[in-house]
Ligand binder design. Structure first.
Ligand SMILES: CC(C)(COP(=O)(O)OP(=O)(O)OC[C@H]1O[C@@H](n2cnc3c(N)ncnc32)[C@H](O)[C@@H]1OP(=O)(O)O)[C@@H](O)C(=O)NCCC(=O)NCCS
Length: 169
């Protein structure tokens, strides 16, 4: 059985088996409030296989997310990629947003560094929003405090969600 649910601190070791990002996970767990910002995990038969952050409204703390609702940091365990989990997880997050009345979902992707993910999202109905790919700069600090500047491309995507069905009286 597949379950998509909010992550808790008890998931930390399972999350670390999917990606070695403990500090990032703790930050998500501290900031997620289960409403505006959800840190979600995807489990099949109680095995955690993927995670993602879903911003529905401006998060209570931390950086403000533009263009909401938004799927961010979607990540599927390497050994189970290309088996449909990413697509199914995206569909579940779209359902969550549509059930709350949101008409669209946003994502962004690096079309140069991650062309397969960009192709997947476009196959799932996401279309470029705005003026097309743009460059971004990020700064990474290593254990010795050395800072490296990394430049990458970003493309904003948007998908219109199916409106919620309203029951006829
Ligand atoms: C991108 C990602 C979330 C897709 O999840 P997934 O479960 O593999 O996706 P699905 O099985 O539903 O669809 C498979 C498609 O994903 C795309 N894909 C992107 N990156 C991929 C990867 N590293 N390995 C396999 N498929 C990948 C391909 O288009 C693939 O289609 P194909 O198998 O016909 O070539 C997943 O590959 C992943 O976690 N990658 C690393 C992290 C990442 O890039 N996250 C996205 C940031 S925007």
């Amino acid at each position: 059985m597949v379950v998509v649910r909010d992550a808790t601190y008890l998931d930390l070791s399972a999350l670390e088996r999917v990606r070695d990002s403990r500090i990032q996970f703790i930050d998500y767990l501290e900031r997620a409030d289960g409403e505006a910002m959800r840190f979600l995990v995807y489990e099949r038969e109680h095995v955690l296989l993927a995670f993602a952050v879903l911003y529905l409204r401006q998060p209570p703390s931390g950086r403000l997310a533009a263009h909401l609702p938004r799927i961010s940091d979607l990540y599927v365990a390497e050994e189970v990629r290309s088996t449909g989990i990413g697509s199914a997880f995206i569909a579940r997050m779209e359902k969550i947003a549509a059930a709350q009345g949101f008409p669209v979902m946003h994502m962004s992707v690096d079309p140069v560094g991650n062309p397969r993910a960009a192709a997947l999202y476009q196959r799932l109905g996401y279309v470029p929003a705005g003026e097309g790919p743009y460059r971004k700069v990020a700064y990474w600090e290593d254990d010795q405090g050395r800072v490296t500047e990394v430049e990458y491309w970003r493309m904003d995507l948007v998908k219109r969600l199916r409106p919620r069905r309203t029951r006829r009286s």
